[in-house]
Design a protein around this ligand. Structure first.
Ligand SMILES: *[C@@H]1O[C@H](CO)[C@@H](O)[C@H](O)[C@H]1NC(C)=O
Ligand SMILES: *[C@@H]1O[C@H](CO)[C@@H](O)[C@H](O)[C@H]1NC(C)=O
Ligand SMILES: *[C@@H]1O[C@H](CO)[C@@H](O)[C@H](O)[C@H]1NC(C)=O
Length: 150
């Protein structure tokens, strides 16, 4: 039990240290943890804010409690309407092509995610690290966006 608490404190400290530099970045979109208490990966979108109908690059990084196994773990990105009930398009999925052991920093870059042209005026972006095949979710971040047309 003591060990577990120690690991937890260590992890929380790492998270805090990790979070500090980001306060100085100027980004239009602020990602927050999802309501499920899972670790919340950092998300850097280019461009930020997103432009409806164009593609964007997502760099998702962080440290998780679970092993991420190549070709099993995946990144899922969803665009959801502001009531958080309706998916605007089918989710984007990308498998990890590299494994990352638990508690070590990972990153995955999705070079070309299509931003739907039929975004609702307000929408939510949800970024999940999971193993879809295993029905496991390891981390989740979300952000609110306002539609910007090209
Ligand atoms: C992704 O973001 C992380 C954290 O900011 C950074 O260390 C890494 O170099 C970035 N990777 C790419 C390919 O941009
Ligand atoms: C948005 O457009 C896509 C096709 O690009 C379509 O599959 C989807 O159903 C549309 N979503 C809504 C909520 O109308
Ligand atoms: C994983 O894919 C990225 C591009 O999507 C590439 O830059 C990287 O070298 C690949 N890593 C491995 C281990 O194949």
């Amino acid at each position: 039990m003591k060990n577990l608490i120690f690991v937890f404190i260590l992890y929380a400290t790492l998270l805090t240290v990790n979070a500090v530099p980001h306060q100085f970045d100027k980004r239009a979109t602020t990602f927050i943890p999802c309501p499920d208490d899972l670790p919340s990966p950092n998300v850097i979108m280019t461009p930020d804010p997103l432009v409806a109908g164009q593609s964007a690059r997502f760099n998702v990084s962080g440290t998780l409690y679970n092993d991420l196994v190549a070709n099993i773990a995946d990144l899922r990105i969803r665009f959801i309407d502001s009531t958080r009930k309706t998916l605007i398009v089918n989710p984007y999925y990308q498998l990890f092509n590299e494994s990352f052991p638990r508690f070590t920093p990972f990153s995955i870059v999705a070079q070309k995610v299509d931003v739907p042209s039929n975004l609702t005026s307000k929408y939510t972006i949800e970024v999940v690290i999971e193993a879809k095949e295993l029905d496991d979710i390891y981390g989740c971040s979300m952000a609110d966006g306002k539609k910007i047309n090209s």
